[in-house]
Design a protein around this ligand. Structure first.
Ligand code: ARG
Length: 408
């Protein structure tokens, strides 16, 4: 009988493969690996056999693509969650789901420890551990990368070779990559130098816009209550829509981001992201909101989206604030239904048309033709009252707003 039972978050990559053997020996532990399939293509094939060959007594591979899109990515979409205004949060949205999977399996297996392969200076350790500690405060967590003796990938490879651990490491391509249906994050290697342009081999889901087809492509996305339900008029599951948009967008070089971001732990990092589907859907979704949402709600929502993105980035998915904001976003999505037509062309995404039964756009009010139904006279009193407090300030003070007279 082993002293410990450890459930390991296992990707099949070098770190987590070495971890299985290392934890087994160091903690005198029975190892159960857990892999959540969120649509990543790398390493997922034969992962069960690989885990067993590496020394695990049992290997779970759970297909969570449906849950990932419907219960996680759609929340981020409805919430307009773009971290620091750009990053669609693919990795960050996946972590709470994986944390939940780890906890559920640890409980089922009566394991006393959960281990993960996140590094000590990334965001993912925070997201994993905050999530797991929230869901199961009594389970211990080990992060071998924060405590083991290996100082480089080369040392890990030597250890793997010594212990016959199967790995498929490509030292030529020294990127750290995290992939799921909502996007791919790529860092390390030459990308660490912010003066360097990301080389083509840093991308896998999208072509260089320069190499994209010379013909533009038009797509129509139909939303119901903030969620995409049809692509080009054909009803599809969320996963199908996301996978199709990743293909189409990727082909046209849409959804590439090269970003410097502020990590939770305080350092800045440079990462390239590919998220064609997420980028297309966010772009279309916000256009539909602009058509169907009243001014006050839309303006308020923009601030809430920023908070929501920060909560997701920082790992606070299972929190009352996140839950409350989710309810808010769901409520204001009630009317966000309709069609958005977009054109994809050499890395550019252009909105061509917007249609909704719930449109608040009134051509009668907006028009500059004689059909105009807007009462221009109303504007006079409106502006007078709107500016009244500021008129009073000017009358009662000598404020100049830092401005000199523009004439002598
Ligand atoms: N910086 C992104 C985030 O914190 C992605 C992290 C994982 N990136 C990676 N290349 N392994 O959400």
């Amino acid at each position: 009988m082993k002293k410990n039972k450890i459930v390991v978050a296992y990707s099949g990559g070098l770190d987590t493969s070495v971890m299985v053997k290392w934890l087994h020996d160091k903690y005198d532990a029975e190892i159960i690996t857990v892999t959540g399939n969120l649509g990543q293509k790398d390493e997922i094939e034969n992962i069960e056999q690989k885990a067993i060959a590496t020394g695990a007594s049992k290997a779970y591979v759970v297909n969570l693509q449906k849950e990932f899109i419907e219960d996680y990515a759609w929340k981020a979409l409805k919430g307009g969650a773009l971290y620091e205004g750009e990053y669609p949060l693919a990795t960050a949205v996946g972590r709470p789901l994986l944390a939940k999977l780890m906890v559920d399996i640890a409980k089922k297996e009566n394991a006393n420890i959960i281990a993960h392969g996140c590094t000590g200076k990334g965001n993912d350790q925070v997201r994993f551990e905050v999530g797991m500690k929230t869901l199961a405060p009594d389970i211990d967590i080990i992060a071998p990368l924060r405590e083991w003796e290996f100082k480089s990938r080369e040392e890990e490879i030597l250890y793997a070779q010594k212990h016959n651990i199967p790995t498929s490491v490509n030292l030529e391509k020294p990127y750290s990559i995290d992939e799921n249906l909502w996007g791919i994050a790529t860092e390390c290697g030459i990308l660490e130098d912010t003066e360097e342009v990301p080389p083509d081999d840093a991308f896998q889901m999208t072509v260089n816009p320069k190499d994209a087809p010379n013909e533009a492509e038009t797509i129509k996305i139909t939303f119901e209550k903030g969620i995409p339900v049809k692509l080009d008029g054909i009803e599809m599951s969320g996963q199908q829509i996301v996978a199709s948009l990743n293909d189409i967008g990727g082909k046209h070089g849409i959804g590439r981001f090269d970003i410097i971001e502020n990590r939770v732990v305080g350092i800045k990092s440079r990462e390239v992201y590919e998220a064609p589907a997420a980028h297309i859907l966010h772009t279309a979704h916000i256009q539909l909101e602009k058509l169907t949402m009243d001014k006050d709600t839309f303006r308020y929502k923009q601030n809430a989206s920023n908070t929501y993105a920060n909560l997701i980035y920082d790992g606070f998915w299972f929190t009352p604030l996140f839950e409350g904001l989710t309810a808010f976003f769901n409520s204001i999505q009630e009317r966000v239904s309709g069609d958005i037509v977009l054109e994809l062309y050499k890395g550019n995404l252009t909105v061509l048309s917007r249609t909704s039964e719930n449109s608040l756009y009134s051509q009668e009010l907006a028009t500059y033709t004689e059909e105009d139904a807007f009462n221009h006279k109303d504007a006079e009193g409106f502006i007078n009252l709107l500016s009244l407090p500021h008129q009073v300030i000017t009358k009662h003070t000598s404020k100049t707003y830092g401005l000199k007279s523009l004439v002598d």
